[in-house]
Design a protein around this ligand. Structure first.
Ligand SMILES: NCc1[nH]cc(CCC(=O)O)c1CC(=O)O
Length: 324
């Protein structure tokens, strides 16, 4: 066990500087202190995604927020890093390990609209800000189904910036992840939680991933105490669906796995997936249920199976689109 005679050096947690990254790193740091009994210090790292003014979709690849943290891990400059799971590319590098995926926050998207409005109350021609093709596709499809007219406006920036477009009156509403607002203490500004039947979240949304080098087995073992197996199974299925569609984080793909229960007893896992054209004219939306995955392979198979059905229904033709 711990050697109590020599003081242990702090564990170094690499984090981006944004308010959201600092909030989630702070929360994980506290949990890691609890399970390891060691001090944890935050090491700030600037990523390309933080400094680039290009639209994310134009930078192209997934993981722009992630690579600088991973470089620091591999260089031994930090001991572990915390990522928003939905920002992680689906392919895991061999030399890095997702040591823990803690229990996830509410995975839903929320609307932050002026004057406390909900989606159905928005006036004709309302301008809704989002840079995400997934959100655009589903918001436009939802509006069509209600006979409503909206305009989706591509924006990016941190949470402050995006909510700021509503406060300034430039936009009628923006759509954000509930989890991000919750982590920075601003979920009270949401005017509506968007139900997954209307807007499926991004694969992995609301979940965090705690990553360390595969070579650091003692740390990986300690971090594993923070893992939530149901969250891990769910996000593994969601990300397998994304990978099998050969889509990246800027693709118009939503996915959500959840547990179905009969009384208190968890019976099955349900996986829902959607891919659509950004104008909302076409959506391929499917759902499947199966036994709660007992292994990573089972979870991968659930996601791949649904992706195959979606491809059968024409999903591939909807994936070429890029935001902006
Ligand atoms: N794409 C940016 C991003 N990455 C993670 C979150 C916060 C929510 C989460 O942890 O899933 C957000 C903000 C948002 O989508 O509103």
């Amino acid at each position: 066990m711990n050697d109590t005679t020599t003081p242990q050096r702090p564990l170094r947690l690499g984090t981006r500087r944004s308010q959201l990254a600092m909030a989630q790193s702070g929360q994980v740091a506290e949990a890691v202190r609890r399970v390891t009994g060691r001090p944890v210090e935050l090491v700030e790292i600037t990523t390309y995604g933080d400094v680039s003014r290009e639209a994310l979709a134009q930078i192209g690849g997934t993981g722009v927020f992630v690579s600088a943290l991973r470089d620091a891990l591999l260089a031994g400059e930090i001991d572990f890093a915390v990522h928003s799971l939905k920002d992680l590319p689906t392919a895991q590098p061999d030399d890095l390990l997702l040591a823990a995926i803690p229990r996830r926050e509410d995975p839903r998207d929320v609307l932050v609209a002026r004057d406390g409005l909900t989606f159905g109350d928005l006036p004709r021609g309302a301008r809704i800000g989002t840079g995400s093709p997934r959100r655009m596709a589903q918001l436009n499809a939802w509006a069509r189904s209600l006979g409503q007219e909206i305009e989706t406006v591509p924006i990016r920036g941190n949470i402050d910036t995006r909510v700021g477009f509503v406060e300034s009156g430039e936009l009628d509403a923006v759509v954000l992840a509930a989890a991000g607002l919750t982590r920075i203490g601003r979920i009270g500004e949401a005017t509506q939680f968007l139900e997954p039947d209307q807007v499926l979240p991004a694969p992995g949304q609301g979940a965090l991933a705690i990553e360390c080098a595969v070579t650091n087995a003692p740390l990986a073992a300690a971090l594993a105490e923070l893992d939530d197996p149901h969250t891990r199974a769910a996000v593994t299925a969601e990300r397998a669906l994304l990978a099998a569609l050969e889509a990246g984080c800027s693709a118009p793909v939503g996915a959500l796995a959840d547990l179905l229960a009969s009384g208190q007893v968890v019976t099955e896992m349900r996986l829902r997936g959607v891919v659509g054209s950004t104008d909302g004219s076409t959506l391929v939306q499917l759902s499947t249920t199966g036994p709660v995955p007992a292994s990573e392979e089972d979870a991968l198979a659930l996601g791949r199976g649904l992706a195959a059905e979606m491809l059968d229904k024409g999903a591939a033709g909807l994936m070429g689109e890029r935001a902006l």
